[in-house]
Design a protein around this ligand. Structure first.
Ligand code: MLT
Length: 387
């Protein structure tokens, strides 16, 4: 039985209809979000992991320890062996309406991958999905952008480098893209059990829907502007603000607030300090694109946003979150259409959600797995009536 602190919880009426905010519902072995320190994966602070290869982090999330050299070699070979995507998946992607949003293509592609070969074993399906996502996501980009034939996979390049290779972005700087996407992947891979997409994936899997169905549901959860799609909307907001003058940015943010428009890239349900994932991305921006206009707008918005949000006593966390900086970095390296940004988040989050579903289905409650989710809703406005 896992180590569990003895805690008593009371739920009050005031907590109803608050989106389960902070309610303890289960356990998580892969990651923890500390309000002051931010996320750690299996006890390692995210800033210490950020520049490690994606393979190490995927291994960590699934195995709860960083790999030794031999373990890493075996794991990398395993991922490579699992990675071929059945041709019928690409054929189905080719037939999809390319006017659709990339996140819709992405969630649909996960279900199609399931149709083309699921094992019904949560662990195998999770790793197969992780292994097959680079080629699948690269295909979504190439087909939707009309970049020509799909590029054959070369898994020996490494997990993220192979994605960049298969993406074949016209004019893309392969080395810089690999550096950025590698850090991006690690930063977005997991964020505790209670974020909406992970919770959704775990809930759907609790009904014993398989990994692909559960993951597609999770990705549809990620595709909301209050969750993963905030990275796309944040960059639209940054473009609209378009200033490197802190005073001007502050004024524009104040008028957004007065108009009840969302201020993307700030605040968080759990965090009460600046998200360390934002800080790492600022560091990466200074390394890869210090003179980029939009990166500098983001730095301006960061300063102005903290100031403006602190003016409002109701704001619990006036600090930047993971979405503030990411758009400017990927834009600087050639991903100029923000509609794609959430697919990159989703690609990475599949590892964390996959690992958490495996844990919940195969390790929790001494291997019996968590029961089907069935919280209670309090009936209101339902006095007995007769017809
Ligand atoms: C995430 O990474 O999932 C977001 O920060 C949202 C959350 O943790 O609730």
């Amino acid at each position: 039985m896992a180590e569990l602190p003895e805690i008593e919880f009371t739920i009050t009426n005031a907590q109803l209809d608050t989106g389960l905010r902070g309610y303890p519902v289960g356990t998580c072995e892969t990651s923890y979000v500390d309000p002051e320190e931010g996320v750690s994966y299996v006890g390692y602070p995210i800033a210490d992991l950020a520049f490690m290869p994606a393979e190490d982090i995927i291994y960590l999330l699934f195995n709860k320890a960083l790999p030794s050299a031999e373990e890493k070699a075996a794991f990398t070979a395993d991922i490579a062996e699992r990675s071929p995507v059945p041709e019928e998946v690409f054929a189905a992607l080719r037939a999809m309406p390319m006017s659709g949003h990339p996140m819709d293509l992405f969630a649909a592609a996960i279900q199609i991958l399931g149709m083309a070969g699921k094992t019904e074993d949560f662990y195998d399906d999770a790793l197969n999905l992780v292994a097959r996502m680079p080629a699948t996501l690269a295909a979504i980009f190439r087909l939707r952008e009309g970049w020509g034939e799909l590029i054959p996979s070369e898994p020996e390049r490494g997990y993220v480098a192979n994605f960049v290779h298969m993406l074949g972005m016209p004019g893309g700087d392969v080395e810089a893209l690999t550096r950025l996407l590698s850090v991006y992947y690690v930063l977005h891979a997991d964020h505790g059990g209670g974020n909406l997409s992970t919770f959704t994936g775990r809930a759907v899997a609790s009904g014993l829907a398989d990994m692909y169905r559960s993951m597609a549901s999770a990705m549809n959860g990620l595709a909301g502007p209050r969750h993963g799609m905030a990275n796309q909307d944040c960059f639209f907001m940054v473009r609209e603000l378009n200033t490197t003058d802190v005073e001007a940015a502050a004024e524009k943010l104040r008028s957004r607030m007065a108009n009840r428009e969302l201020i993307y890239g700030f605040g968080h349900a759990v965090l009460r300090q600046e998200d360390p994932r934002a800080q790492v991305q600022l560091q990466v921006g200074e390394e890869l694109c210090p003179d980029d206009h939009w990166f500098n707008v983001v730095k301006t918005v960061r300063e102005a946003g903290i100031r403006v949000l602190k003016e409002n006593p109701k704001v619990q966390n006036p600090y930047p979150n993971v979405d503030l900086v990411s758009g400017s970095l990927i834009n600087a390296l050639g991903f100029t259409d923000p509609d794609y940004y959430t697919t990159l988040f989703g690609w990475s989050r599949i590892a964390g959600i996959g690992a958490q579903i495996v844990d919940e289905r195969t390790r929790a409650r001494d291997g019996r797995g968590v029961a089907i989710y069935r919280p209670r809703y309090i009936p209101i406005n339902q006095a007995p009536r007769s017809v």
